[in-house]
Design a protein. Structure first.
Length: 149
């Protein structure tokens, strides 16, 4: 079984670098695709634009989604994902700096699986990414197909 991709949706280059370093230090072997805005994330997920021809059935193992994004915000990306039957079971972790309670509620209302506020300290951030990687990539199980419940 091949390792599936992680989709990191992050517009801040510093946060992108920190996340990539944290994944590497956690020994995560999955490939990481970075989308720098919501439109690019949707293009990847739905195999459009520069991602046309990508096998859409090989969805990412995990989506790490920032909220405050250019073009299309993270909540809209999440809403569009959950509206598509093929993406119903893809784990989505909101990884954001937002401390707004309304963002937390909106994330869960739209179907995120987890909401994590980015720790400011790099060591704490690395530990958080290690823990979420362990859980979502190794321990958590999701259905391979969408079926009727």
């Amino acid at each position: 079984m091949s390792r599936r991709t992680i989709l990191l949706v992050e517009d801040n280059p510093d946060d992108e670098l920190l996340t990539m370093r944290a994944l590497q230090s956690s020994h995560v072997m999955n490939d990481v695709v970075v989308a720098r805005d919501g439109a690019e994330a949707l293009d990847y997920l739905f195999a459009r634009g520069s991602f046309a021809g990508r096998d859409i059935s090989a969805g990412p193992a995990l989506v790490l989604l920032d909220l405050k994004l250019p073009k299309i915000d993270g909540l809209e990306v999440l809403e569009r994902m959950r509206a598509d039957e093929r993406m119903r079971f893809i784990p989505v972790v909101i990884l954001t700096s937002s401390k707004e309670e309304q963002d937390l509620i909106a994330g869960y209302t739209r179907g995120c699986n987890s909401y994590i506020r980015k720790p400011v300290d790099f060591d704490q951030f690395t530990k958080a990414v290690q823990q979420l990687s362990l859980y979502w990539l190794l321990l958590n199980e999701v259905p391979t197909q969408c079926g009727e419940i």
